[in-house]
Design a protein around this ligand. Structure first.
Ligand SMILES: C[S@@+](CC[C@H](N)C(=O)[O-])C[C@H]1O[C@@H](n2cnc3c(N)ncnc32)[C@H](O)[C@@H]1O
Length: 282
């Protein structure tokens, strides 16, 4: 597997004085108690193997650090307006925004379909210091909510795959909105595998996916970026996903957008193109 990061680079970052600033107080206490050797060993596993959530708080530290670096790479500045698609109940992006881009006018919006995960997201972010809006609608339709307002950054944190699975589920009439996401996930993975094997995968998702990206560019300020981070979760492998479906997802989308006039892809040092995609709105 191509490593998610360079071990030397991320180790140096981990030893910096302000390394733990991305963590909450309790996470920080635990992080500080882990020995340097143990941290490096965990980081090495994290970047060279399918991602396993259980290596807390190193998991939080690594992914928050990487997202902060991605925001810095595109020169995001406060006050910032961020739109995330398919966040589920994950509060990583609003957490970073609230901490490093805090400003009375900084604003975070997520578009998320599943009701239970949306409720969990609202609960987790209830006391965050920035304005948070949750749109319970599909990423494909989110442009309609923005009128003439445009955002500074659009992010997909490991959610290209969720969007693909949901498009496939829709085709088979599976309700992904009112179901327990984790209960239906094995079926979504099975259908995704079948579509991949029988060749209908691209037919079902390509046009709608590209339409979604085009529509999102309409609500992104000129010169700003759509960023996607996509990697392999061990949990998806355990449920039987054909590994290359998710490991190739960024390059599949890259192939699709080529020649489609959907922004311009920009590559940044330190962001492995297999896992990261930066699309600039020109
Ligand atoms: C497992 S959660 C996402 C977790 C998060 N991306 C992460 O890995 O950190 C999946 C969520 O994506 C949402 N989703 C999938 N396709 C979507 C779409 N087209 N628009 C909005 N939300 C979508 C689902 O409804 C569900 O709430």
């Amino acid at each position: 597997m191509i490593p998610l990061d360079n071990l030397e680079r991320i180790t140096a970052k981990m030893r910096a004085n302000n390394a733990a600033d991305v963590l909450d107080r309790h996470e920080k206490e635990v992080f500080m108690q882990i020995s340097d050797d143990e941290k490096i060993k965990t980081l090495k596993n994290l970047i060279t193997m399918p991602v396993d959530f259980t290596i807390w708080p190193m998991y939080e530290w690594f992914f928050r650090t990487r997202w902060l670096e991605a925001m810095q790479a595109v020169n995001l500045a406060a006050p910032a307006s961020m739109l995330e698609l398919a966040s589920g109940s994950t509060d990583m992006l609003p957490k970073i925004l609230g901490k490093f881009y805090y400003h009375p006018k900084t604003r975070y919006t997520t578009a998320n379909l599943n009701k239970q995960l949306t409720a969990e997201f609202k609960e987790k972010t209830r006391y965050f210091p920035i304005k948070i809006d949750v749109l319970e609608d599909a990423a494909q339709k989110i442009e309609n909510y923005f009128g003439n307002n445009k955002v500074d950054i659009i992010v997909f944190e490991h959610s290209f795959n969720d969007i693909v699975e949901t498009m496939i589920a829709d085709k088979y009439g599976i309700d992904t909105v009112n179901s327990n996401w984790w209960d239906i996930l094995p079926r979504l993975i099975k259908l995704t595998n079948e579509a991949y094997i029988d060749g209908t995968y691209e037919v079902i998702i390509k046009d709608e996916f590209l339409q979604m990206l085009r529509s999102l560019l309409n609500i992104l300020k000129p010169g700003s970026f759509i960023i996607s981070h996509q990697f392999q979760y061990q949990g998806d492998l355990d449920l039987g996903i054909i590994p290359e479906i998710w490991t190739d997802l960024i390059s599949t989308v890259r192939k699709w957008i080529k020649g489609e006039n959907i922004g311009t892809e920009v590559f940044f040092d330190g962001f492995e193109p297999n896992y990261w995609m930066f699309i600039k709105n020109i």
